[in-house]
Design a protein around this ligand. Structure first.
Ligand code: C2E
Ligand code: CA
Ligand code: CA
Length: 707
């Protein structure tokens, strides 16, 4: 039964069908070829659908595969090979190509051994071929990716103790060799001594974990060059041997450098190379926290005149100056100190374990370094200076912000005291009136003189009951326009200026500015001006040289100029006030005693100061209508003043009633919001000039009762 089936081939046909093998049977003598149903089906045909010519398969074969397929058959027929085995593409009925594996061989020969009949099978291997093609594509991609990333691959055969480095790996290590195989211990000889231990143990780690381990280390190439390497390492177990370690290497030297550069840039100021603000803050916090570095000195260093240099010589020159200042500062520092640029023209230093004497020596060195800094060609004629504020931190609970704020305030004090100097922060100076803000305000007042934010205002002084033209006198009042545009009243910034020693400069500035601007108006007699003088100005021995010079420069007449000195200033600087008044007299400049009564000093002083006028303090005038006491005081003061031959001026006349009372008492002059509110001096002078334009008026001179 079974034999039967074998003979009739039914069984085989079934087996071929199941195995999806297409069989062929080629009779060499007749040239006829038989194809099994599976073969037809494999190509999408019904059995015998195409004319069965001898070369049917060849016609269906892809042109590119024909030659190879024929050659394989010819070689076998010629006895050169044991069998036919070839891969080729056959055209499917629907037009696509089917990859087949063709295997077969001679099954019958004639008596002389010449082949008569060949048989074989063709298997559809399209799926394998596709998988192969995909794998090849993955391979190509993988090789491309490796090449693009510059990654090298290597493996180490643990059993044989041999390593295989691909060309890229060898290139990375600077190894000249044209085979992959290298000695098993070669890699170790490249390792940087500092990284050797870590790198080696990382390469052993995969043996335990079977994970991918990443490690970075340095190698020293044979020519001495140090490179940074990153490796990914993995252990591959193998039942036949001890297994392999598989790895990649990548040269990350450039990336490391960029990383370091970025880290540096994040901590440093690009222009000067000093630490930046954030880095300085962190460093300061660390130092304060470490008690053994205390006391620690924090310096706040602010360039003076930098803005002027920048405007004058341009930003490139400004940058150059900043660099040169920075290197000058760095040159002064002890090794443990750090310098930072906080921004603009501000720097900060931190000096661990620094006592007062060391800090002062260092501050002096910084001042000298900045003075001597090479500002470059564009700015040779310019000089820079610094104001340095020093604060000491001796308590590790101090915050960074407090430490810097104290140094900053000391710096303001140095600026206010005249720049190009240092000041040490003192809690007492700060806790006084105005506190830290006073120092700031004083410094800002100094700046305001340079950048046009100090303004001249004026208030008319009237002969009571007469139009202003009868007196034509104006009290000059200073106003400070803050950086935010707000007008700061002198009551705020003058005390600050006095405390930080800049009041005298301020008074000089007011006098010289007003006389330069309005010298002609004074000369024409359109106005007379009264200047307020602080106590400091009063005791300034060079004051009259200065005033004389301005007067001769501007042509303003002495008689048009008056000075107001406060009673308290006169009393506390008695000798200076006496001198001042004498010199004013010599020049026929008027002098008024300001805020009279406020200090409640003895009238006795009045006899010693032969002033032209006394100005009764506004506090007695404000409520004069309501207060009998005030009326009595004012009446007494004006009586004495008259007896001494002084004019009397009442301040702060706000109500018509007060005006009546004062006139009734015989007070000749007055000022106050009722008569005129302070306004820019320019406006008052312009009005005065246009009023007298037709002819220069004679008229009564303010305070002219004394000669
Ligand atoms: P002062 O010399 O007593 O100037 C008069 C002050 O009284 C001015 O204040 C003026 O605006 C204000 N005033 C005038 N009339 C009235 C009024 O009817 N009611 C009220 N409530 N106030 C009136 P200001 O301009 O704020 O000046 C304050 C002080 O600042 C001045 O007092 C003067 O001592 C000082 N000062 C002003 N300019 C200068 C200056 O250039 N140098 C110096 N050293 N001190 C100045
Ligand atoms: Ca005054
Ligand atoms: Ca006054």
């Amino acid at each position: 039964m079974a034999d039967e089936k074998i003979r009739n081939g039914e069984f085989w046909a079934l087996a071929l069908e199941r195995a999806q093998l297409g069989a062929w049977d080629w009779d060499l003598l007749s040239g006829e070829c038989y194809y099994s149903p599976t073969w037809w089906h494999m190509l999408g045909y019904e059995e015998g659908e195409l004319a069965n010519t001898a070369d049917l398969w060849l016609q269906l074969t892809h042109p590119d595969d024909r030659e190879r397929a024929l050659a394989s058959g010819d070689r076998h027929i010629a006895g050169l090979t044991d069998s036919i085995e070839t891969e080729l593409r056959l055209k499917h009925k629907s037009g696509h190509w089917v990859w087949v594996l063709d295997r077969g061989g001679v099954v019958e020969r004639d008596a002389e051994g010449r082949p008569l009949r060949l048989m074989g099978v063709q298997t559809d291997i399209t799926r394998q071929k596709q998988a192969e093609a995909e794998l090849e594509q993955v391979n190509v991609r993988f090789r491309l990716a490796l090449a693009a990333s510059g990654t090298g691959i290597w493996h180490h055969n643990l059993g044989a103790d041999k390593s295989y480095w691909d060309a890229r790996t060898r290139e990375i290590y600077g190894l000249v060799a044209d085979t992959d195989e290298v000695a098993g211990d070669l890699w170790h000889t490249f390792l940087h001594p500092d990284d050797k231990g870590d790198a080696e143990s990382a390469h052993l780690a995969p043996l335990e974990t079977h994970n991918v381990v990443a490690v970075q280390y340095r190698i020293i190439r044979r020519d001495g060059e140090i490179r940074h390497i990153e490796s990914l390492v993995r252990f591959i177990a193998d039942s036949q041997s001890a297994g392999q370690i598989l790895g990649t290497v990548r040269d990350i030297t450039e990336a490391k450098q960029r990383e370091q550069e970025l880290a540096h840039a994040a901590r440093h100021d690009a222009l000067t190379g000093l630490l930046n603000r954030a880095a300085f803050d962190r460093l300061l916090a660390e130092h304060i926290a470490t008690a053994r570095r205390l006391p620690l000195a924090v310096f706040y260093v602010d360039l003076d005149y930098f803005k002027a240099l920048n405007d004058f010589a341009g930003h490139a020159a400004g940058d150059l100056a900043l660099k040169s200042v920075a290197s000058g500062i760095v040159g002064c520092l002890p090794p443990s100190a750090h310098a930072a640029r906080l921004g603009g023209d501000e720097f900060a230093l931190l000096v661990p374990n620094c006592d007062a004497a060391q800090a002062e020596t260092l501050a002096a060195a910084v001042l000298a370094a900045v003075r001597d800094a090479d500002l470059g060609l564009a700015a040779t004629s310019r000089k820079l200076a610094v104001s340095v504020g020093i604060a000491f931190v001796d308590d590790h609970r101090t915050t960074v912000a407090d430490a810097l704020a104290c140094a900053d305030d000391a710096c303001y004090a140095a600026k206010a005291a005249g720049r190009n100097r240092f000041a040490v922060f003192s809690a007492e100076a700060t806790s006084g009136s105005g506190g830290l803000n006073a120092a700031r305000l004083a410094a800002d007042t100094v700046d305001a003189m340079d950048d046009g934010r100090l303004k001249l205002f004026g208030q008319e002084i009237h002969l009571l009951g007469k139009p202003w033209q009868e007196s034509r006198h104006v009290e000059v009042l200073a106003r400070l326009a803050a950086r935010n545009g707000k007008l700061v009243p002198p009551g705020e910034f003058i005390p600050a200026a006095e405390r930080f020693g800049v009041a005298s400069r301020l008074d000089r500035w007011i006098i010289s500015t007003a006389l330069s601007l309005y010298g002609p108006a004074l000369k024409s007699g359109a106005v007379t001006l009264g200047f307020n003088l602080s106590a400091q100005t009063l005791s300034d021995p060079q004051l009259w040289d200065f005033v004389d010079a301005i007067i001769s420069e501007t042509g303003a007449p002495h008689s048009g100029i008056g000075f107001e000195i406060t009673e308290t200033a006169a009393v506390t600087n008695y000798a200076a006030a006496e001198q001042f008044v004498r010199k004013a007299r010599e020049r026929r400049c008027r002098v008024s005693l300001d805020d009279f009564g406020a200090g409640m000093s003895s009238f006795e002083y009045l006899r010693r100061f032969p002033v032209d006028a006394i100005k009764i303090d506004g506090s007695f005038i404000e409520h004069i209508a309501q207060s009998k006491f005030d009326r009595e005081i004012v009446s007494a003061i004006s009586g004495i003043a008259r007896s001494l031959g002084c004019s009397v001026v009442a301040e702060k006349i706000e109500q018509p009633k007060a005006l009546d009372i004062l006139q009734g008492m015989g007070v000749a002059y007055g000022q106050g919001f009722l008569l005129h509110r302070p306004e820019p001096l320019e406006a008052i002078v312009a009005r005065a000039i246009s009023a007298i334009a037709p002819a220069v008026l004679p008229g009564r001179r303010f305070g002219s009762s004394k000669g």
